[in-house]
Design a protein around this ligand. Structure first.
Ligand code: NZQ
Ligand code: ZN
Length: 391
């Protein structure tokens, strides 16, 4: 196991009715002038936004609003938020929504106190030293941004989806998580979220680090729990227990709990980010196409952990033929993804003729000549994975 620092200071307030504690939590973390950030309307439609504004009013906490964040969020909304936040003298960000809303709020939080362009942090030109605090009201378990220090924004100029990782600065101070708020999620979004959280665990699990049996078992156990609960939640969207399990799984998948001490991979996420940047598909659906293709490639190039994954997560019987075990695991994973309504090829994702040349080119421009760690992937390798996803 490698050395690690595990720092996850977010206070998670989980369960029925917990959004009623929003104002109390904002006050606890010294928010006096709040910017509420939300998406395209789900929080308005459900009445959640009004409830939160009422709670803040009752607690005499001033607030302004920034609505209309789109999935795969882009920079114009971040600039708008920075301007609004400065003009209104905001000292706390309150995203109400999912990864796109939270990530936008995080970029605003580090953009407000910075004199330069917030993109400097994403391109490595500068390192954020300050950020406004933020607290989250989560409405979709998926990206895990409520417990992560990361933000992912698409630069409209050149369609580059870039991420910033700052565990110390951008982890939310609190995250309110009421599984009942996820009852209104369409089946497609529920399934995209499930796929994304599974991918977050797998990015950590597929590692060459030795002596990691405890992290491995945590990853495998959480994945198995997700698979069981996912099948339940797709059939019974109003099942509180299933929604609750899925919601918590989304957080632990990405707050560093799983995979501590392991060298992480992240190639599949990088491969996917190019797809959602160019074709504006849901991140989770893009991962449903890329991860099985990446695993198929790994069955040929570094089979060990893929065979273990097949056995322990997908119950594939042990055999001397590790490659066959691995491929059977991939087949079972694809059949699960189909069962929850996810695509597993570009075509099923609605992209008939993906521009693989462009995907490969942008991927390596944005992420370097070699991506991933489980196997370091060059342009030929990433092309092959995109091609497998296109079969
Ligand atoms: O915009 P509204 O109207 O709110 O609708 C949203 C959106 O259309 C809807 N939704 C959310 N909660 C709902 C609801 N609809 C009905 N009822 C509810 N309770 O769901 C749609 C998707 O929302 P979004 O925030 O885009 O989803 P998600 O949480 O999957 O976030 C995806 C973004 O996060 C990034 C992705 O790349 C993508 O841009 N990621 C962020 C990470 C991080 N910060 O750590 C890590 C991830 O790997 C990921 O890359
Ligand atoms: Zn993800």
């Amino acid at each position: 196991m490698n050395n690690f620092i595990f720092y996850s200071p977010t206070e998670f307030v989980f369960g029925k009715g917990t959004e009623m504690r929003t104002a109390e939590m904002v006050a606890k973390f010294h928010g006096t002038k709040v910017m509420i950030v939300y998406g395209g309307g789900s929080a308005v439609k459900s009445g959640l936004l009004d409830r939160i504004k009422e709670l803040l009013d009752k607690a005499h906490i001033a607030h302004v609003e920034l609505g209309g964040v789109q999935p795969n969020p882009t920079d114009p909304k971040v600039y708008e938020g920075i301007e609004l936040g400065r003009a209104a003298n905001v000292d706390f960000l309150l995203p109400v929504g999912g990864g796109s809303v939270i990530d936008t709020a995080k970029a605003i939080a580090c953009g407000i106190p910075y004199e330069g362009d917030f993109w400097d942090f994403f391109t490595g030109k500068s390192v954020p030293e300050k950020a406004l605090r933020l607290g989250v009201v989560l409405t979709i378990p998926a990206a895990g941004s409520e417990g992560s220090g990361n933000t992912v924004i698409t630069r409209t100029d050149g369609l580059r989806k870039l991420s910033l990782r700052t565990p110390e600065l951008l982890r939310p101070a609190f995250a309110i998580m009421n599984p009942e708020l996820t009852f209104t999620l369409p089946a497609w979004q529920t399934a995209c979220g499930i796929t994304d959280m599974m991918a977050h665990i797998m990015e950590r699990y597929f590692s060459n680090t030795e002596d990691v049996d405890v992290p491995d078992r945590m990853c495998e156990g959480t994945l198995k729990g997700i698979i069981t609960e996912a099948l339940r939640v797709m059939k019974e969207p109003y099942n509180y227990g299933a929604r609750a399990n899925i919601m918590w799984a989304g957080t632990i998948a990405h707050n560093g709990t799983c995979g501590v001490g392991c060298e992480e991979d992240w190639a599949s996420h990088f491969l996917e980010h190019e797809i959602s940047a160019i074709y504006d598909v849901s991140h989770g659906a893009g991962l449903a196409v890329i991860f099985p293709a990446w695993l198929t490639y790994m069955a040929e190039h570094n089979v060990k952990k893929v065979a273990q994954f097949a056995k322990r997560v997908w119950d594939v019987p042990e055999s001397d033929d590790k490659r066959a075990m691995a491929l059977e695991g991939v087949a079972r994973m694809k059949s699960f993804l189909h069962e929850i309504g996810m695509p597993t090829t570009f075509k099923e994702l609605g992209i008939e003729h993906p521009d693989i040349d462009l995907l490969v080119q942008k991927l390596h421009e944005n992420k370097g000549e070699l991506v991933g760690n489980y196997v370091r992937l060059d342009r030929n390798a990433t092309r092959e994975i995109y091609e497998i996803a296109n079969r």
